[in-house]
Design a protein around this ligand. Structure first.
Ligand SMILES: C[S@@+](CC[C@H](N)C(=O)[O-])C[C@H]1O[C@@H](n2cnc3c(N)ncnc32)[C@H](O)[C@@H]1O
Length: 177
């Protein structure tokens, strides 16, 4: 195989991954847009994680929230991501950071969330509406749901942090089952 063939194969793989990611994002109608570092840190502060907590990020993108959450020792971090490029980025970051987080390429609607202590979301209002039913059916009492920007219209938030332009923070909603 010549060097030109090798480059052509690499390009083909990259273009295929980009097309697959665009297709999945169109299908799910949720693009891969990571939470800002400030928002991620604020969401984790709100979660007030404790030793032994099981933490999920639904649609974890490149795993930013999972790796940030793992700075609290002795927690279990789990993420689900359907789109190939953010999933591969999350696996790469997991390897670079030596993280113990689990990242699955899976539709989170098919995941069992019954052991969750904290669930992070940065999705959209329609999907949060559907997730509210799943949370109510499946999650144990006391599970915290922390959502960047989007609320669950059918549930009353425990606390809301309104968008703060000066601090460059989005609205954040805390729900407790
Ligand atoms: C706005 S990004 C947020 C990424 C990450 N949670 C963060 O805050 O940085 C939403 C991600 O959710 C993923 N996603 C949307 N619906 C999904 C589903 N049903 N199952 C798995 N991943 C999903 C998208 O592919 C996208 O990468």
């Amino acid at each position: 195989m010549s060097f030109a063939d090798f480059i052509a194969i690499i390009m083909l793989v990259i273009v295929s991954l980009m097309l697959a990611t665009a297709f999945v994002s169109l299908f799910l109608r949720i693009p891969y847009v990571p939470s800002s570092t400030r928002a991620a840190k604020q969401m984790i502060k709100i979660a007030a994680l404790k030793k032994g907590n099981i933490v999920y990020d639904l649609g974890c993108g490149d795993g930013k929230l999972l790796f940030e959450a793992e700075k609290t020792k002795n927690i279990t971090a789990r993420g689900f991501e359907a789109a190939p490029i953010p999933y591969l980025l999350a696996q790469l970051k997991k390897w670079i950071f030596g993280s113990k987080a689990t990242v699955r390429m899976q539709n989170f609607f098919r995941a069992d969330l019954s052991d969750a202590d904290v669930i992070f979301c940065y999705l959209g209002t329609d999907i949060m509406t559907r997730l509210a039913e799943k949370f109510e059916k499946e999650c144990k009492k006391g599970t915290k749901i922390i959502s960047n920007t989007f609320q669950m219209p059918s549930l009353t938030p425990t606390k809301v942090w309104r968008k703060d332009k000066k601090k460059k923070l989005p609205s954040i909603y805390l729900y407790q089952i």
